[in-house]
Design a protein around this ligand. Sequence first.
Ligand code: ADP
Ligand code: MG
Ligand code: ZN
Length: 490
Amino acid sequence: MSDSVDTANAGAGGVLEAVIGLEIHVQLATATKMFCGCELSFGEPPNTRTCPVCLGLPGSLPVANARAVHLGLMIGLALGSELAPRSIFHRKNYFYPDLPKGYQISQYDEPLCLGGHLGAVRIHRVHLEEDAAKLIHVGSSGRIHGSDASIVDFNRGGTPLAEIVTEPDLRSPEQASEWLKLLRSTLRRLGVSDVNMEEGSLRCDANISLRPAGTSGLGVKTELKNMNSFRFIERGIRAEIARQAEILRGGGQVVQETLHFDPASAAITSLRSKEEAHDYRYFPEPDLLPVTIDPGMIDAARADMSELPAERAERLRAEVGLNAESAQLLAFRGELGDYFEAALAAEREPAPEPQTLANWIAGELVARLAEGEDPAGSRVEPGAIAALVGLVGAKRVSVGAGRQVLDRLVSDGGEPEAIVEAEGLAAIGGGEDLAAIVAAALQANAEAAERVRGGNAKAIGPIVGHVMRETKGRADGTEVSRLIHEQLGV
Ligand code: ADP
Ligand code: MG
Ligand code: ZN
């Protein structure tokens, strides 16, 4: 499923293929910062969650956060990485106003986790580091000497991050954002982070290059920095692919650099020419001990992990019997999966067929809720939708009437049986009543009846519609169709 870019005039063969690797920064859900005891900040007034360590005051000493290492190991286990028995922190030196030490403590050539994969995408590494502080551009309200001003808020400085780096295995913007959604639901399920892109607890850089389709070498790449929504990631990558394709088509060469995509204007601008590792003057952090991982720590990380989305999808498919598409949907939207499993666990009689139950939850119910709303927060108890799907399955309520019952459950809650009773929505069975209604419908739609008799199966529509109107949707569609054919003798 690669996006090929048609470049009829490109030197090599015409068609180009995109190659994409992602670097994802995840804020870890610890109580305190990576190397000091300051609590993580959630929008407190600026510079109220700081100490000598995270302000980088001379003489202060960092201590690695054991909880961050624990969460890092959980990520490594979930991705099938090799967990390094010993890893070390490095100083990554650069000047920036939000980095008062003049370096970020990160990991370099001995990271916590190596290799692994999620779905078809291979993981290169996972390492731990600290977040920088935050520059806030206050603009004209904070002008200094006639210029717009910025202030530094150190509350975020020192927040623990895991950086997850993929191999360049993605081939299209859509595939990149789909995969990132899988990573997000995996991390959310692990409980290692809030993984909220808008709030910056999940941030993604995309590395992009093009190459002649069918070749395996790598072209010169550019890096799109810090995109904060799935839509922007897709649009940014698409715009960058187009930009590179145009350069190559014109016989030019892509320059390796770091870029910014502005979602408002769709413009891509250069932030800096690409830095090399040696520009950072990495060296081992002398104030921190190596991180050594013993089997007890790995056991503890494993014990903290619940079933991951990919495993859940497989279980829902193989053990519960859902089709692959439903299994994946319920697994990756964990709140739907939880609700579905709660509905099954309610053990209502007649028992709902699992696939039909999944369809009603993911289709009918979700359509009646607000976008992204968790059904567990709605008025529809999981047991109630299980009971409703059971009644429909047993043909005691028609599909149409079932939808009306669901409307009532969504607005008022309650039990399907009681609603069916109160509203007179019980299915009209195959008895005399329904046969008489069908006979009347055939008379009222004589022309359509004639065409059905003549072999036009589609002409049955208006007749069925007539019966459904008469019965207020309570008749079972299959039974109505059977009676129509029986009475027409076809
Ligand atoms: P750097 O040293 O520039 O950070 P890395 O080799 O560490 O580069 O890779 C960083 C990210 O870029 C990884 O996600 C990797 O998969 C991706 N990547 C590397 N080379 C390419 C390329 N030619 N095209 C697209 N992505 C690439
Ligand atoms: Mg990089
Ligand atoms: Zn601190």
